[in-house]
Design a protein around this ligand. Structure first.
Ligand SMILES: C[S@@+](CC[C@H](N)C(=O)[O-])C[C@H]1O[C@@H](n2cnc3c(N)ncnc32)[C@H](O)[C@@H]1O
Length: 208
């Protein structure tokens, strides 16, 4: 998702206490930033941030980091954060560099409506491909947990196979999340697809 240039983008980014522009030095030290040892959950490709902001509001004892690669998208998320939320930060970064940002300190990864990269020759760009699963290995603190939602059936089946081949145990799956177990918190894309009655595919998987 790339948005048209947002007016005052630089100003919004410069004035936000929630945006980490320079993460050098934070690797291995994220709990110092949050000033506690609570679990840290990240969403990679958070888009306009509804899911991660609502999660941070509802779960004060968990720290959340929203990661997004485009400035024009991240400013939209920054503008939505209510004052006083101290368990949330946002990071402008590409998932390709994730293993340079965290070192054994993440407890859960959310992959919500990740870009499907439909062409077979691009499959290693998918955030659930082995290229990324290898990178995630060194960012998890203990048990590795990934929760994924998508509208894209091909990405979903690809991801189920990719997770399994990489040693993840599929702990919960749904081919129609909103019929099986309606989540309390939804994402922007999820709202868009479910309003058109499209099924939301879901998997929670874990690895020791
Ligand atoms: C389809 S949107 C989904 C947004 C949000 N998670 C939701 O469900 O509403 C995918 C988002 O992932 C971001 N993204 C894609 N590849 C990324 C990467 N390698 N690193 C960080 N963000 C990425 C895109 O810029 C886009 O904002």
């Amino acid at each position: 998702m790339r948005l048209r240039n947002v007016k005052n983008k630089e100003e919004i980014m410069n004035n936000s206490n929630y945006l980490i522009r320079d993460y050098e030095g934070l690797k291995g030290n994220w709990k110092k930033l949050f000033k506690n040892d609570n679990p840290i959950y990240i969403e990679i490709g958070m888009g306009k941030g509804k899911f991660i902001i609502d999660n941070a509001k509802m779960n004060p004892n968990i720290n959340f980091i929203g990661i997004e690669k485009f400035d024009s998208v991240i400013v939209k998320a920054l503008q939505k954060i209510p004052e006083g939320l101290d368990n949330l930060v946002m990071l402008r970064a590409d998932a390709l560099n994730i293993d340079e940002i965290f070192d054994h300190e993440i407890d859960r990864i959310y992959l919500n409506f990740s870009d499907p990269w439909p062409k077979n020759r691009h499959h290693l760009r998918r955030l659930s491909s082995r290229v990324f699963l290898e990178k995630y290995e060194s960012i998890f603190r203990n048990d590795k947990t990934i929760h994924m939602r998508t509208d894209n059936r091909d990405l979903y089946t690809y991801s189920l196979v990719s997770f399994s081949q990489f040693g993840y145990k599929l702990e919960k799956i749904s081919f129609d999340l909103h019929k099986d177990d309606m989540p309390e918190i939804t994402t922007e894309y999820e709202d868009k697809f479910s309003s058109k009655d499209m099924p939301i595919y879901y998997v929670e998987c874990g690895k020791k």
